[in-house]
Design a protein around this ligand. Structure first.
Ligand code: BJW
Length: 234
């Protein structure tokens, strides 16, 4: 049983991390499509650094929830047969115990050097322009993927989608590509597809099945069901 799980902001909502497109969304009055861009960073780097500094600091105030923990439990049983892809830049999957997480939109606790391209662990503010640990140039930016940039590890994700028996999308609005198109890739390759989200996503019709409710309830129940099926050889 090979499973690909894609998570989005909705899985961290019950931990207290704001989503992007819900009423109390992250960018407070700005459309994420207008501000999560390299152009916005070039125009107002202080504002963008301040925003990511706040989100980095907020990581210390939140904890993984039952949905993150259930996926860590699934990895314990499936090992390499689970590919966990997240669009989230928080570290809640890792703190719940997941060991192999594909962060396709980057990570809050990492910095990217715009001079040499090195990615390095970084937990302090980037606003005061610290030097890159690789090339010493003070050109570090948040190691996140903005609109118009190419997400990380697409080759690995595509290979996993093409050999998956099941594809499950959790807590994502289906508004942002290429992640929003993974369901179609997996389905075309023969996977059974399931959406677990608070409400129907933009791509809900692409899935074989959709269950709507809170991730903290739906995900542990789904993991229990998968593990029962696996033990019964179904
Ligand atoms: C709950 C819940 C609970 C709440 N339980 N659920 C025209 C057509 C098609 C594509 C394009 C187009 N024009 C441009 C594009 C491409 C563009 C794109 O998709 N644009 C759209 C606006 C259309 N994409 C890109 O530019 C990407 N790059 C790219 O395409 O490169 C080219 C390329 C690709 C492939 C091969 C070769 C080349 C890059 C996209 C980067 C996105 N970056 C961001 C910011 C990251 C950094 C940061 O975090 O600050 O990523 S934007 C933001 O959106 C963030 C998220 O990861 C992403 C997705 O959001 P998500 O996770 O879905 O959150 P929400 O808030 O939207 O939804 C939450 C859901 O949870 C809701 O449905 C709730 O109901 C639910 N929920 N509580 C369960 N308790």
């Amino acid at each position: 049983m090979r499973i690909v799980v894609l998570t989005g902001a909705g899985i961290s909502a019950e931990s207290g991390v704001p989503t992007f497109r819900d009423a109390d969304g992250l960018w407070e009055g700005h459309r994420v499509e207008d501000v999560a861009t390299p152009e916005a960073f070039a125009w107002q780097p202080e504002l963008v650094h301040a925003f990511y500094d706040l989100r980095r600091a907020a990581l210390a105030t939140v904890e993984p929830n039952p949905a993150h923990r259930a996926l860590a439990r699934l990895e314990e049983h499936l090992g390499d047969d689970l590919t966990l892809v997240t669009q989230n830049i928080d570290d809640l999957h890792e703190r719940a115990g997941s060991r192999d997480v594909v962060h396709m939109h980057g990570e809050l606790r990492s910095a990217l050097c715009t001079t040499c391209g090195a990615r390095s662990p970084h937990t302090a503010s980037l606003a005061d322009e610290p030097p890159c640990p690789g090339c010493a140039t003070p050109t570090l930016r948040p190691d996140v993927v903005w609109f118009g940039e190419v997400p990380y590890e697409l080759g690995r994700i595509e290979r996993a989608l093409e050999t998956a028996d099941r594809f499950v999308s959790i807590g994502t609005s289906g508004a942002v590509y290429p992640a929003a198109g993974f369901v179609q890739v997996a389905r075309a390759a023969g996977a059974r597809t399931l959406e677990l989200n608070l409400e129907p996503s933009e791509g809900t019709d692409f899935f074989h099945e959709a269950r709507h409710g809170r991730a903290g309830e739906l995900v542990p129940a789904w993991v229990d069901q998968v593990l029962e099926d696996t033990l019964a050889g179904r």
